[in-house]
Design a protein around this ligand. Structure first.
Ligand code: AMP
Length: 389
C-alpha cells in the first residue's frame, strides 16, 4: 500500500465504542471517494465482534464500492480522537507510545477515548501506512490561562489535570478558517464567534485565527443547551440532587448527559421535531427553544466583550446550518450591536457557505457547513509533509 509522498487519498476514521465512521477523501480538493459507518460493534447478534472486525467490514464495504484499500494508494489514515488532554495540542503520528498516552487520557473522556484507541489499534494492524491522531481538543490549547483555568485549588487541578479543554475543535478550526475566503478578508484581521450547533453544541471566540474562549470545558457537558445535555447548571445542583433526591454520582451524570437539554425540557432531542412541536403550540417545546436561544445569547454576549469587537458570527453543524428560525432568533434584537440577518438570505436553503447578513452590516453573519473529515485529512497530510495545516 505504498504511495508517492504528497499524493493519494486519506482514510479518515472516527471510532466510537460501538461504531466506526469512515471516509476516504482527497485532502486537497475534498472529493469523497467513499464513506460509510460500521455500527453495533461488540453488540450481540451484530456480527461485528470488535473493532478489528469493524475494520474488516469497512474494507469489504469499500471493495464493494470499487475501492481496494491495498491498491488505492492510501496516503495515510487520520484518526479523530476526542480528548488530547494536556498532552496533545497538535496532530501526532501514531506509535505505541502515543496509543498508550491516549489510553491514559481515558478518565477525561470515558465515553470516547477507549473507542478511539480500539479503532486506532485495529486500523494499524490492518493498514500499513502512517497513522495520525487529530484531537478534538487541540484547537483550544491556545486558550489564555484566564479562560482555561477553573477557580479551584491549584494543586488539585494540577494533580487531576482539571482545566477547560473544549471540544469540537476540529469543526471550530475548519469553520473559522473557511470564513476569510467567504468574507474576503485575512484570518489575521478577523475576530470571530463560531456556533457549532448539532446534537452536541459549543461556541468559540477566535481572535486572528486563535481560539481564545470556548463553551465546553473539562468535559463536553459544559456550556450550551444540547440535544440531551444540560450544558451549564449551578455546580451546587449535584449536591442538592444527591441530598434531596437521593441520586448517586452515576445517576446525576446520566441525568445531565442523557436526560436533559432539549430532551429533558420538551421530550425530544431532535431539533426538527422540536420545531414541529413548537409550531403546533406545544408550550414545553416553546420554552425549550427559548432556553436554548437565551443560552446562546449569553455566550455570544460574553465573547463579544472578551474579543472587544466582532467581525463575523458563523453558524455551523446540523441545527446551525439548517435552521433559519433559530439563526434569526439568536440575532433578534441585536441590531444595536451590529448584528442582523437578511430574512431572504437566511431563509434560502443552500448547502454552500454563505453570508446571511445584509450588505454593509457592521458584523457579517454567515453559515458555513462544517467538514471535520476534510479538516482531519488536511491536518494529517500537513503533519506528514511538515507544512502548516
Ligand atoms: P449534527 O450533530 O451536526 O448531525 O446535528 C444534528 C441536529 O441537527 C439534530 O437536532 C437535527 O434535528 C438537526 N438538523 C439536521 N438537519 C436539519 C434540518 N434540515 N433542519 C433542521 N434541523 C436539522
Amino acid at each position: 500500500m505504498s504511495a508517492e509522498p504528497g499524493s493519494g487519498p486519506v482514510l479518515v476514521l472516527n471510532a466510537g465504542s460501538s461504531s466506526l465512521k469512515y471516509q476516504l477523501l482527497d485532502p486537497a480538493g475534498g472529493d469523497v471517494r467513499a464513506k460509510g459507518t460500521v455500527e453495533r460493534i461488540g453488540e450481540e447478534g451484530s456480527g461485528v465482534a470488535d473493532h478489528h472486525a469493524a475494520v474488516e467490514q469497512m474494507s469489504a464495504a469499500l471493495a464493494d464500492a470499487g475501492v481496494d484499500l491495498a491498491t488505492a494508494g492510501v496516503r495515510a489514515v487520520g484518526h479523530r480522537v476526542v480528548h488530547g488532554g494536556p498532552d496533545f495540542s497538535d496532530p501526532v503520528v501514531v506509535d505505541d507510545d502515543v496509543v498508550a498516552r491516549i489510553e491514559a487520557l481515558s478518565p477525561l473522556a470515558p465515553l470516547h477515548n477507549p473507542g478511539a484507541v480500539a479503532g486506532i489499534e485495529a486500523a494499524r494492524a490492518q493498514l500499513d501506512v502512517p497513522h495520525v491522531a487529530v484531537f478534538d481538543t487541540a484547537f483550544f490549547a491556545t486558550l489564555p490561562p484566564a479562560a482555561s483555568t477553573y477557580a479551584l485549588p491549584r494543586a488539585l487541578s494540577e494533580r487531576y489535570r482539571i482545566r477547560r479543554y473544549g471540544m469540537h475543535g476540529t469543526s471550530h478550526r475548519y469553520v473559522s478558517r473557511a470564513v476569510p475566503a467567504l468574507v474576503g478578508r485575512p484570518l489575521e484581521e478577523l475576530d470571530q464567534v463560531v456556533l457549532h450547533l448539532g446534537n452536541g453544541c459549543s461556541a468559540s471566540a477566535v481572535h486572528h485565527g486563535r481560539a481564545v474562549d470556548t463553551s465546553m470545558g473539562l468535559t463536553p457537558l459544559q456550556g450550551l443547551v444540547m440535544g440531551t445535555r444540560s450544558g451549564d447548571v449551578d455546580p451546587g445542583l449535584h449536591s442538592y440532587l444527591h441530598r434531596e433526591a437521593g441520586l448517586s454520582v452515576e445517576e446525576i451524570d446520566d441525568l445531565l448527559n442523557k436526560q436533559s437539554g432539549l430532551k429533558g425540557l420538551s421530550g425530544v432531542n431532535d431539533f426538527r421535531q422540536l420545531q414541529e412541536h413548537r409550531a403546533a403550540g406545544d408550550e414545553a417545546a416553546a420554552l425549550a427553544f427559548d432556553v436554548y436561544v437565551h443560552r446562546l445569547k449569553h455566550y455570544l454576549g460574553a465573547y463579544l466583550v472578551q474579543l472587544g469587537r466582532l467581525d463575523v458570527l458563523t453558524f455551523t453543524a446540523g441545527v446551525g446550518e439548517n435552521n433559519a428560525a433559530l439563526r434569526a432568533a439568536v440575532v433578534e434584537g441585536l441590531g444595536g450591536l451590529g448584528l442582523a440577518v437578511d430574512p431572504g438570505r437566511n431563509a434560502s436553503p443552500s448547502r454552500e457557505a454563505r453570508v446571511i447578513s445584509p450588505d454593509g452590516a457592521p458584523v457579517t453573519v454567515a453559515v458555513v457547513p462544517t467538514n471535520e473529515e476534510l479538516e482531519i485529512a488536511r491536518q494529517t497530510v500537513a503533519l506528514l509533509d511538515g507544512t502548516e495545516g
